[in-house]
Design a protein around this ligand. Sequence first.
Ligand code: NAD
Length: 249
Amino acid sequence: MQLQNKTAIITGGAGGIGQGIVRRFLAEGAKVAVVDIDQAQGDKLLAELDGQGDVIFIAKDISKEESTKEIVAETVERFGGLDVLVNNAHASKQAPIMETTQEMWDLSFNTGTMATFHLMRAAYPELKKTRGSIINFASGAGMKGLPNQVTYAAAKEAIRAISRTAANEWAKDGIRVNVVSPIALTPGIAQWSQAFPEAFQEVVDGIPLGRLGDPETDIAPIVVFLASEQSQYMTGQTLMADGGSIKIY
Ligand SMILES: NC(=O)c1ccc[n+]([C@@H]2O[C@H](COP(=O)([O-])OP(=O)(O)OC[C@H]3O[C@@H](n4cnc5c(N)ncnc54)[C@H](O)[C@@H]3O)[C@@H](O)[C@H]2O)c1
């Protein structure tokens, strides 16, 4: 087991990719604090995970800075420390640039960029003690500049910039900071694929490996790798878990 005796916070842990990461982390021996704003989904997940490991659910809105401090405090109180922070949650709305509103900027930056930043800062003193690992989430939408996704694309690229800066600043503390950029078939995307089968096929056609990833078996193992000592000589990197869609040189 690669994460035995490690404690992790996983934001958006009740969502599509988040659930895959939570299940995989538990299978690898980690103690997990699942953080999500969706109380009903969190309760359902915890009921499903009953007896499958040491896991708690923290229902909080990570866009509020105060909540990020409470999340770290609650996790440390329950498990005695913190080794891994996975900033996976992000909410946003799509619109063409000319129809983009301030509310859309606030939603994407507060739940994505600022929540990631505040959680990293709240977790820093604990991660310094354990020489821990932070895994943040990016998107091909940011790297490609996909149309109608300006607030999401900008928020995701800002997360990559924060990650590189923190990787440089916190290397001396033994804290590694890396990024995963996934493509995964979540329940949300499965629903969308049924409503728009042609658009979905176009997405699949753009993936060299010919399919969307599975949250638990394709995306989560990359997060486990970045959380474990197996990646101890990597920091500041973006790993593409996207079936070969984007190549970084
Ligand atoms: N699914 C993909 O193909 C894909 C592609 C590129 C990037 N990503 C990124 O991967 C990550 C996970 O994506 P997903 O598809 O599983 O998303 P999802 O929408 O299925 O899950 C996101 C979870 O975050 C939670 N959340 C939203 N706002 C919150 C808040 N303010 N406080 C606490 N929790 C909040 C939601 O309740 C939800 O459970 C995101 O960062 C996303 O941008 C996903």
